[in-house]
Design a protein around this ligand. Structure first.
Ligand code: ADP
Ligand code: MG
Length: 214
């Protein structure tokens, strides 16, 4: 197997009014192509901070980070944004669907931003929504969807540009058991296909049980 993401000695220290908070403390980690890695921890243990750093959405105070051999912390802003858009897919902890766009538009957007044709981005968005059981609701706006349905649209959006690495921040939290089951089923399928690496942070056991490594 080959390494897709390699992190060494990552740290993030937030300044606070009284002292400082070490949210990520010297984390080193390799993720292999096709591997599913889960990180479990309680609320406040630094999971979201770690995920944001691994996805190059936030900068660490120390450490190095390479994606497919490229040093992400040395890349100019534009190149980094371009690489992120083409190679990584994100599902953040807070719902980040754009409220004024339909499910289909939300799922197509990363493709359009990455320079795909309208036809290509929209046909892939349609295909992904259908696969995630949201084909019938393509014209719904986020506020018209349940929490679980919004997650599935977010996942379709994350998969739009066929990422090599999918980063998920508590993708099953605050869902009813059925909605959780549906998301887990899709993640299980993605894992079994082994076409992308998955990094998920979670405080749930069920999601972690799908992972190759916890
Ligand atoms: P988790 O996702 O595991 O709940 P977080 O990464 O969100 O944890 O937070 C880790 C720690 O860092 C917590 O103690 C949190 O209060 C603190 N923290 C997170 N973001 C900030 C910030 N922007 N400024 C200061 N402290 C923060
Ligand atoms: Mg969090």
């Amino acid at each position: 197997m080959s390494v897709i993401l390699s992190a060494r000695n990552l740290s993030r220290i937030y300044p606070a009014r009284r002292g400082s908070i070490t949210a990520v403390d010297l984390v080193s980690l390799d993720i292999q192509v096709g591997e599913f890695v889960a990180v479990c921890g309680r609320s406040g243990s630094g999971k979201s901070t770690l995920m944001a750093i691994l996805g190059a959405l936030a900068r660490p105070d120390h450490g190095t980070l390479r994606l497919e051999g490229t040093d992400l912390l040395q890349l100019p802003h534009r190149k980094l944004a371009n690489l992120r858009s083409h190679r990584m897919g994100f599902m953040l902890q807070t719902n980040s669907l754009l409220p004024g766009l339909t499910a289909l538009d939300n799922a197509a957007l990363p493709g359009l931003l990455a320079g795909k044709s309208h036809h290509h981005a929209y046909s892939r968005a349609q295909k992904l929504l259908t696969r995630l059981g949201m084909g019938e609701r393509w014209d719904a706006f986020p506020h018209e969807l349940s929490g679980g349905q919004q997650r599935r649209v977010s996942l379709a959006r994350a998969l739009q540009n066929e990422p090599a690495l999918l980063l998920l921040d508590e993708p099953t939290s605050n869902l009813d058991p059925l909605a959780e089951e549906e998301i887990l089923k899709v993640l299980q399928e993605l894992r079994d296909e082994r076409k992308l690496a998955i990094f998920a942070v979670t405080h749930g056991d069920q999601l972690a049980s799908l992972a190759d490594r916890v």
